[in-house]
Design a protein around this ligand. Structure first.
Ligand code: CTP
Length: 160
């Protein structure tokens, strides 16, 4: 019987939020892709994140599109529950499940279905850091705005 080329592909699967897409995400996804032929990425939905008490800056449909647009990503799918992993592994014929090292050991129960790897994270960058930086920037702008308002009000005062 003839086998489709796709049937022989080694499929790699990962999950994440991928808010404010950054080079740490790119590095991880490129390294995961290098472990196989096809990379499937589960992007957590806003509802799933809300259940974890996590809020993103970028809404789910945009995060999904951004991840799907990356060259190393073959397919981006929604991640809407913790339980979907085994079904996804079976459905996509996954050989390798991989996450960043911050998750080390957390998914070892999946070793009964496929290989499980944890890759080192890229140092000094995360969505949390970027959000903190945005908050600080926001505060700076409020200061600048107050300063500008002060100047404007002193100009207006001159005309009274
Ligand atoms: N990741 C990585 N290197 C980084 C940041 C993230 O390898 N510097 C990996 C994570 O280990 C995970 C995947 O990218 O496997 C998606 O992580 P995500 O939680 O979306 O990114 P973070 O930047 O870690 O976000 P947060 O700060 O909200 O945890």
């Amino acid at each position: 019987m003839e086998t489709a080329v796709g049937d022989r592909d080694r499929v790699v699967l990962t999950y994440g939020t991928f808010d404010l897409l950054h080079v740490g995400h790119l590095n991880l996804l490129e390294r995961l892709k290098a472990l196989g032929d096809r990379l499937v990425v589960g992007v957590s939905t806003d509802e799933f994140n809300a259940g974890k008490g996590k809020r993103t800056i970028i809404p789910f449909p945009d995060r999904l599109r951004l991840v799907q647009s990356m060259k190393c990503v073959d397919l981006a799918i929604p991640e809407s529950s913790w339980e979907q992993k085994v079904a996804d592994i079976r459905h996509h014929g996954v050989s390798v499940f991989g996450m960043g090292a911050d998750w080390a050991g957390r998914f070892d129960d999946l070793k009964q279905y496929c290989e499980v790897v944890y890759l080192p994270r890229t140092e000094d960058i995360s969505s949390t850091h970027l959000k903190q930086a945005l908050r600080v920037l926001g505060k700076e702008h409020i200061g600048e705005l107050r300063q500008a308002l002060g100047i404007i009000s002193s100009i207006v005062d001159q005309f009274e």
